[in-house]
Ligand binder design. Structure first.
Ligand code: AMP
Length: 287
């Protein structure tokens, strides 16, 4: 594995990649089993003659002024060891991707995709994500890139960005990796104290209860949301949102029908803002 810090070193290393597929996994570091599953998927997809590139960069563009950019955990030495063990070929760890200051040309994601769910509470967040991912796509020029279903809205936006801007990059989705009690793994879980950690799996329990009721025939989205909301309340968690939407278009659904229905939740548990999502209908799978 080689570790590169500058864009020019990255381009050079990328240029030396062999003939097999180049597969890219962008991350903000503090790697956990969720990230490692993405890296393993990338390794499988690249095969023995391909190249796996991982980036570790805490992207300032996607944090709001009162968010946790400065406090976001940075654990580079452990991350480097994990990447090496997972068979990563190139690890890109830039100190700064914007040496000339904040970029003056950025991507803008339509409100239909970026104005709802996490985007409603985090204005500009997905523009910041799309802008940095586009930049990383140009630098790494991969054949495919892997994103986690845990950040479903982000995955949807990146798929759409790759299609709308003709990046010619295949977007692969990896299922959410969870703790044994159902809590979705997240770098932000380390912000939780013992009591908060005990309450946090209620997010997944609420979504799982909604899925169960949907499987038993409940079609009314409002009634399903009431079921999830009651489970959150029992754990003393007030959701920032708890919604059912079409998993492809992110349009809200009032009834479960032909569209691939997905339930989405975000809530603050102590200092951590946690998110999760789950398919309510079995037909919606990773591409
Ligand atoms: P982050 O470092 O939080 O920007 O995440 C980097 C990538 O890892 C994104 O594509 C996330 O969706 C993905 N990811 C984060 N947590 C998980 C998880 N628990 N399961 C699967 N993928 C994840």
């Amino acid at each position: 594995m080689i570790v590169v810090e500058s864009s020019s070193e990255l381009r050079e290393a990328r240029g030396r990649a062999g003939g097999g597929p180049v597969v890219f996994v962008p991350t903000m570091g503090c790697l956990h089993a969720g990230h490692m599953a993405l890296i393993e998927a990338a390794r499988r997809h690249a095969g023995s003659d391909g190249t796996v590139i991982v980036s570790i960069y805490v992207n300032p563009l996607q944090f709001g002024p009162n968010e946790d950019f400065a406090a976001y955990p940075r654990t580079f030495e452990a991350d480097r060891t994990a990447c090496e063990a997972a068979g990563v070929d190139i690890l890109f760890h830039p100190p700064d991707l914007y040496p000339d200051g904040a970029p003056q040309v950025r991507l803008s994601v339509a409100p239909e995709l970026a104005g709802c769910l996490c985007g409603a509470a985090r204005p500009g967040h997905f523009d910041g994500v799309a802008t940095v991912v586009a930049k990383l796509f140009h630098l790494t020029a991969p054949d495919a890139a892997v994103f986690g279903e845990k950040d479903w809205q982000q995955l949807t936006i990146i798929r759409r960005m790759a299609a709308d801007l003709d990046f010619g990059i295949r977007i692969l989705a990896a299922p959410t990796v969870r703790e044994p009690d159902g809590l979705a793994m997240s770098s932000r879980n380390r912000y939780l104290n013992e009591d908060e950690r005990r309450r946090a799996p209620a997010l997944h329990r609420a979504l799982a209860a909604m899925r169960e009721r949907a499987a038993a025939g409940e079609r009314d989205a409002g009634r399903l949301i009431d079921i999830g909301a009651a489970m959150l309340e029992a754990a003393d968690i007030t959701p920032e949102y708890l919604e059912i939407r079409d998993g492809r278009s992110l349009r809200p659904l009032t009834r479960l029908g032909d569209a691939p229905a997905r339930a989405f939740v975000a809530a603050r548990v102590g200092p951590a803002r946690l998110i999760d999502n789950l398919a309510l209908t079995p037909e919606e799978n990773s591409p």
